[in-house]
Write a protein that binds this ligand. Structure first.
Ligand SMILES: [Zn+2]
Length: 334
């Protein structure tokens, strides 16, 4: 239950940093090379390549309005139609924007991701719409009503949270979950007139069914959520997320011929450093947690005592602790 609540919480945090942190459009668009762009701050990082035959997009943003903004950015750069959207995995911050895209496009994902969208995202939306969000909104209202000092900073923040949640919920209710219409099992190579790109699944890493997208000629890799660049990574262990597999995947990926890495979250870099840092993060965390386990430490003790200064500026402490919890469970249960 706690895990579930945390997940929803993370989901909220992602949503809100995104929509409200993105007023200055130009700040969100990163030119990778000729006719190739990344779009940041609308959920998971989006990339689009304007090929001769049409536009190829990786991921679709975190909400209907994020999706609309992404489509507009693409339209500003080219008259060519959007041809493909590749969906890397089922998490809301990568798929909800799909509803804003034209209907006649190919939406490509791994079979497992399609299955996850059908089974998890659709169900989650129903539950969130009918129950979780209304309850969550009610709980904020109750808290507000019980606060004595309506001039306090806390009250102000709570009011803001309520407003943002209500706004998000209004849109979320009316967003259709788009199901991919073309799937592959492990890997798919798409050859366009002048470009080739590969979609490669690395299952049970960040989550099940997740894929990366490699733009061969450009030597650019969109890693999706296999990289949270300089941030605490989220491990979706309830859906197959596993750090041992994740490290192995990063080992393999780092052998690829890459000049630029677009992570799922965080900054784009023209080197492989983010790949290596992500791998080191998991290795360090696993090594440290294993040491505590070997000394018969309890989870709470580890969460209290394990501090790694290198990662102290990676974000909110509760995400760090959630990571410890997940890795602890993984190491304990193997
Ligand atoms: Zn994700």
């Amino acid at each position: 239950m706690i895990r579930k609540l945390l997940f929803i919480f993370i989901f909220f945090v992602l949503i809100f940093t995104i929509i409200y942190g993105s007023d200055n459009m130009n700040k969100n668009i990163v030119k990778i090379s000729e006719d190739f762009y990344a779009v940041k701050n609308f959920g998971g990082n989006v990339a689009f390549l304007i090929a001769e035959d049409g536009v190829v997009v990786v991921d679709a943003g975190t909400s209907l309005s994020a999706g609309k903004k992404i489509v507009n950015i693409i339209k500003e750069k080219t008259d060519k139609p959007i041809k493909y959207v590749i969906v890397t995995h089922y998490h809301n911050d990568h798929i909800l924007g799909l509803d804003a895209f034209p209907e006649d496009i190919k939406v490509i994902s791994s079979e497992k991701t399609k299955e996850n969208i059908e089974n998890i995202s659709v169900k989650q939306k129903r539950e969130n719409t009918e129950k979780r969000y209304p309850e969550y909104i009610e709980s904020i209202k109750t808290k507000l009503a019980n606060m004595e000092n309506t001039e306090s900073k806390e009250y102000e923040e709570m009011e803001k949270q309520l407003k943002e949640t209500e706004e998000f919920f209004k849109e979320y209710k009316n967003t259709d979950i788009v199901i991919p219409n073309e799937t592959f099992k492990n890997k798919k190579v798409i050859k366009l007139r002048n470009e080739t790109f590969e979609i490669i699944q690395y299952p049970n890493t960040h989550t099940s069914g997740i894929s990366i997208v490699y733009f061969k000629k450009r030597k650019v890799l969109h890693t999706s959520d296999l990289i949270f660049n300089n941030m605490y990574p989220y491990i979706d262990s309830e859906r197959g997320g596993n750090t041992e597999n994740w490290i192995k995947a990063l080992d393999e990926i780092s052998k690829m011929d890459i000049n630029t890495v677009i992570p799922g979250h965080g900054d784009i870099e023209n080197n492989k450093n983010s790949l290596n840092r992500q791998r080191e993060y998991f290795k360090t965390m696993r090594r440290n947690i294993q040491e505590y386990i070997n000394n018969n430490a309890e989870l709470e003790e580890i969460k209290e005592n394990l501090k790694i200064p290198e990662y102290s500026n990676y974000g909110k402490e509760r995400f760090y602790k959630l990571g410890i919890e997940t890795i602890y469970e993984e190491l304990k249960n193997r």
